[in-house]
Design a protein around this ligand. Structure first.
Ligand SMILES: *[C@@H]1O[C@H](CO)[C@@H](O)[C@H](O)[C@H]1NC(C)=O
Ligand SMILES: *[C@@H]1O[C@H](CO)[C@@H](O)[C@H](O)[C@H]1NC(C)=O
Length: 356
C-alpha cells in the first residue's frame, strides 16, 4: 500500500515539469496562428475595431455534377421471404443500399426490373450511375433486365458519358455471367454470414479504384482485420476468372478472400476500361444492417469502410455528363415510396422498399 502511494506521488512529480512546457508550447501555437491568420478568439469577435473576415467561396468544379442520382435495380420478391408481401409481381430494394447512396450525397431512383423496357430506359436517362444489389435471382426477366442495363452502361461510357456501376454480391456475379457469356461461370463457395479481411492482389493498381482514397491505415486494417461481411454461396475463383479470356480482359482483380473451407474467391474487381466495380462482399451493410445473428462488423473502422465505398461511387457519378430535368427526377425518386420495417423480428433486412 505505502509503496503504491510513494510510486504514484513520484510519478506526479516527474510529469508536472514535462506537462507545463508542453502546455506553453501549444498555447504559443494557438496564439501565434491566431495572429497570422486572423483567427479570432470568441472574446475578440465583438470588437468592431478589429478587421472583419471577408472571403469569397471558390466556384465548384464546373466539370462535376453536384446533384447526382443513382439508379438501383429492384430484385424479385419482398426481400423478406414473403413475410411482407406474396404478390408475384413484387420486387424490392433493401433500404441499406439506398442509405449507402444517400449518405454519400446522391439520391436514388428505383429501376423496377419488371417495368416496361421503355420506362426503364427513360429512367436510365435520369441517373448518373447504377447499382446492382445482392440477392439470389439469376434467371428469367431479372437476368435479362440486368444484362440490358449493363450493356447500356457500357454504351454510355463508350459514347463519352462517364457512368459508374457498382455490382454488389449477386450484382457482381451477374456481371460475371454477362461478360463471360457463360451462365455456368460461377462456382460454389461457403461464405454465408462470414466476416473477413480482404487480401490485396500483388501489383493491384489501386489508382483510380475504390481503394485509392481509403486512408492508408484503414487500407492496412482491411487486409488484417475482419472489416467486411460476406454472405454468398456462389462466387468465382481467381483461377477461373483469369482463365476466362472475356472476364480477364474486362476485370482486374483487386482483392480475394478465403471461404470457410479455405477456398479462395475473387472479392473485389475493377473493370480495366470502364468505371465498373464488382464486390463479392457487402459494403452497404456495416453501417445500416442490424439483424441479431449476423456477424456484420459495426466498429468505427468498419463504418468507415462503408462510408469510403459509398463516397467512391458518388464521386464517380459526379463525373457523369447527364443533367436531367429536376422535376422528372423528383417524380421518379425513391421518396415517392415508403420503406417497410421488416427487421423487427431481429432477422432479415432492417428496412425494405417494396414495389408491387
Ligand atoms: C405469404 O405466404 C406465406 C405462406 O403461405 C404466409 O405464411 C405469409 O403470411 C404470407 N405473407 C403475407 C404478407 O400475407
Ligand atoms: C492515376 O491515374 C490517373 C488517371 O486516372 C493518372 O492521370 C495518374 O497519372 C495516375 N497516377 C499514378 C501515380 O499512376
Amino acid at each position: 500500500m505505502a509503496n503504491d502511494v510513494v510510486r504514484r506521488t513520484s510519478s506526479v512529480r516527474i510529469s508536472i515539469p514535462i506537462q507545463i512546457p508542453i502546455l506553453i508550447f501549444f498555447l504559443q501555437i494557438v496564439l501565434g496562428s491566431a495572429e497570422a491568420h486572423d483567427i479570432l478568439l470568441p472574446s475578440q469577435r465583438h470588437n468592431d475595431s478589429l478587421p472583419r473576415l471577408s472571403y469569397t467561396c471558390p466556384a465548384p468544379n464546373p466539370n462535376l455534377y453536384y446533384r447526382p442520382v443513382i439508379g438501383i435495380v429492384t430484385h424479385p420478391g419482398d426481400g423478406a421471404s414473403g413475410r411482407l408481401s406474396n404478390a408475384t409481381t413484387a420486387s424490392s430494394i433493401t433500404a441499406s443500399y439506398v442509405k449507402f447512396v444517400e449518405s454519400a450525397g446522391a439520391r436514388v431512383i428505383p429501376l423496377i426490373y419488371n417495368e416496361p423496357t421503355e420506362t426503364l430506359l427513360k429512367k436510365l436517362e435520369l441517373v448518373n450511375g447504377v447499382l446492382f444489389t445482392g440477392g439470389w435471382a439469376k434467371t428469367g426477366l431479372y437476368f435479362e433486365t440486368v444484362e440490358k442495363i449493363f450493356k447500356k452502361v457500357l454504351e454510355k461510357n463508350d459514347a463519352g458519358n462517364y457512368f459508374p456501376l457498382y455490382g454488389i454480391c449477386l450484382g457482381f456475379e451477374l456481371i460475371s455471367m454477362v461478360v463471360s457469356q457463360d451462365h455456368n461461370i460461377l462456382e460454389e463457395f461457403s461464405a454465408s454470414n462470414q466476416a473477413t479481411r480482404l487480401d490485396f492482389s500483388k501489383n493491384a493498381n489501386l489508382n483510380g479504384s475504390i481503394f485509392q482514397r481509403f486512408p492508408p491505415d484503414l487500407l492496412k486494417k482491411l487486409s488484417t482485420e475482419c472489416l467486411v461481411i460476406q454472405n454468398h454461396y456462389y462466387g468465382i475463383s481467381p483461377k477461373r476468372l483469369l482463365g476466362n479470356e472475356k472476364l480477364s480482359s474486362f476485370f482486374e482483380i483487386l482483392t480475394t478472400c478465403t471461404d470457410e473451407n479455405d477456398q479462395v474467391y475473387v472479392s473485389t474487381v475493377r473493370s480495366r476500361n470502364y468505371p465498373v466495380t464488382g464486390f463479392q462482399w457487402h459494403p452497404e451493410k456495416n453501417a445500416f444492417e442490424w439483424a441479431a445473428r449476423q456477424k456484420i462488423p459495426h466498429t468505427e473502422d468498419a463504418i468507415l469502410v462503408t462510408q469510403h465505398a459509398a463516397n467512391f461511387l458518388v464521386s464517380e457519378a459526379r463525373k457523369s455528363r447527364t443533367r436531367p430535368d429536376e422535376q422528372e427526377v423528383r417524380d421518379n425518386l425513391i421518396y415517392n415510396y415508403e420503406p417497410t420495417y421488416g427487421g423487427k423480428a431481429g432477422k432479415g433486412y432492417d428496412q425494405v422498399y417494396i414495389f408491387t
